[in-house]
Ligand binder design. Sequence first.
Ligand code: HAM
Length: 446
Amino acid sequence: MALITKAVKGTQDILPSEVYKNQFIEQIVIDIAGKFGFKELRIPVFEHTELFQRGVGETTDVVQKEMYTFDDKGGRSITLRPEGTAGVARAFLEHGLFNEALPQKLCYVINCYRYEKPQAGRWREFQQFGVEMLGTSSPAADAEVISLANEIFAFLGIENLQLELNSIGCPECRKNYHNALREYFESKKENLCPTCLERLGKNPMRILDCKSPVCKEICEGAPAIIDYICDDCSAHFESVKKYLDVMNIDYVVNPRIVRGLDYYTRTVFEFVSTQIGAQGTVCGGGRYDGLVEELGGPHTPSLGFAMGTGRLLMLLEAQGIELPAPGACELYIAPMGENASLEAMKIVHDLRSNGISSQTDVAGRSLKAQMKYADKIGARYTMVLGDNEIEQGKANLKNMDNGEVTEVELESLAEDFMQFLIKQETEALRLSFGEDIGDVDLSALL
Ligand code: HAM
């Protein structure tokens, strides 16, 4: 019985008192990505299971252990997306976007689903903002995508995030690396977990992101991919670094980053924080030059990243960064009696049409209870409306912060109240910035 009043493990509600933060982030990431030419793409929550098996990779933890997979009533195997890249690549192919201007720059804000062990910063349902740039092999693209993530963190005022960079080469140079890894892990075989033993034959690189503590320890002594990459991959990596240097974007090369998904080639990167606990990777991404081809499309070198909104919010909180809260109710009109209730409804209707957030009683409450409610919802101004006020066509606006009262005409309330708010805002700006703020149009703020 208690189950029905408890959210499923690893999921979370975002309450009205908090949701503005998500809304703010969702909007600014899309806006900033738009400045780089990225356009939003919306993809389905579920896809054919095979897309992730092929795209993300059979030997990854995500596919082996973490997918929410089920048969639908038509007998299809369906999976809730564990990430966005495979779905974007599928949509790119399905809609022939490869025939349009390349690179295609796409971005998305999506919920993803992974059956992982929930802990701080790790949920089974989580939101990602991601970008994908399809159809370019230039190192300039790698740097641009990284600079976009960097720009978002800078815009939010986040500090102390470390950009960690690596190259995991192309399938050609990876052959030598796989041999070196196999040789190394063969010698430690008896201590590897059963999953990693299987990986040893199929894809030894995946052992490097095993979460078992024993395997993790063994991995510490494993050869690093960066020492095995071919000349072309090495030149690409050097060039990416030069582009980052001209933009003054700091990074460290971390030869241990291999990423947990199979599609990556060449550049991989993560933005890591030490301030939000064990799940410190706020953003991760890289190149996936073979994915589109793997899914049956033309050769389309591509790259992208995704950042988790939940971890981003944890980081903002850890750094004491507050996001702008939405304006509260500007005016609460408290009617007394039936006539006044009708008049109040008419006035708030006018105010709202003029873009002013306002409320009135819709619960048949006493005046006292209404004022309590206005206080609770944080109304900036209140106005009591009774038969007297209606008769005289005038009422008093009360500033709930300082108790100041201003008389207003009911006839022109919407227009006058707007002017009144503009005057207040201008005054507040004058106090912060001095006299010389000129003619500012504040109506857009309301
Ligand atoms: P990923 O590293 O698996 O990459 O996830 C990207 C980000 O999503 C992580 O850095 C983290 O912030 C967030 N995240 C992942 N799993 C969870 C979870 N269980 N709970 C909360 N947040 C989580 C990808 O998904 C790739 N598709 C990124 C990419 C795009 N690469 C190229 N293009």
